[in-house]
Design a protein around this ligand. Sequence first.
Ligand code: AVJ
Length: 307
Amino acid sequence: MTQTLKDDVLAALREPGHRIPSTWLYDQRGSELFEAITRLPSYYPTRTEISILDAHLADIAAVVPTDSLVVELGSGSSRKTAPLLRALEQPAGYVPLDISAAYLAEAAETLRAQVPNLPVHPWVADFTTAFDLPPDLPAHTGRLGFFPGSTIGNLTAENAHALLRHCHTLLGDGARFLLGIDLDKSPEVLIPAYDDPEGVTAEFNRNLLVRINRELDANFDLAAFRHEARYFEDPPRIEMHLVCERPVSVQMAGESFELEAGESLHTETSHKYSIAGFTALAAEADWVVSHQWHDAESRFAVLMMQS
Ligand code: AVJ
């Protein structure tokens, strides 16, 4: 992945597979649409993860040492983070990491109001690459990483490994890491989660073209692209595509590109795991899964790991 939208879109248009990194889906509008997705009946991950966390907060808190510094990868949905922080015994502080400064500042304010008297140190960082922690952290005895939402599933196995390894170093000896993963399941459940009858996910996906047209002065014809969610078995994953319904010509940055009918832009991959498979992936980065919790239908799992 390169660092600008322009370079990433040009590379995607030039190369077969036409893959655009999924981080570009999350502009202001994209983040709002994702928030709407998390409340859709067919999108089970968010509410399932929240119900697992709610049901097991006391067990989770029991394995986190007093005085831990909580480091969240992402700026935190108050539906998940505030209850966790309230359940922990005397957390030393909370460090939300996010790539968007504006979103981060807003989320930090919300959290400060929900969990009074907790030092909050928001820090702008891109956790898909190597990142640091802020200076001047409050004194703490150990660190707890928190990475909910199965966001790790958007990374390739190679990048997920690199992230787990980096967190191992960053969080240090004796660290704990609480992480949510979406489990592999029937495409009959998975496809509607990523292609809802309300059409919100389609709009979320198509918003990427709106963004590209606006920010890069491109001329993608939105009417020519159809949202599609595809399930693959090996490795288990959902891919989101924008499929050309007819031949499309796109002009951008002084260049012209032709896409054939049936070709698609690949905008996101969402890996689905087995608990055993993820445990093995974590072990390669020296994390040991100490506890696991899942819902009655085994749709989603929350894992506690130790360094
Ligand atoms: C934000 C990565 C958890 O993969 O389920 C939801 C993103 N994309 N619907 C996921 C997403 C389409 C979501 N994550």
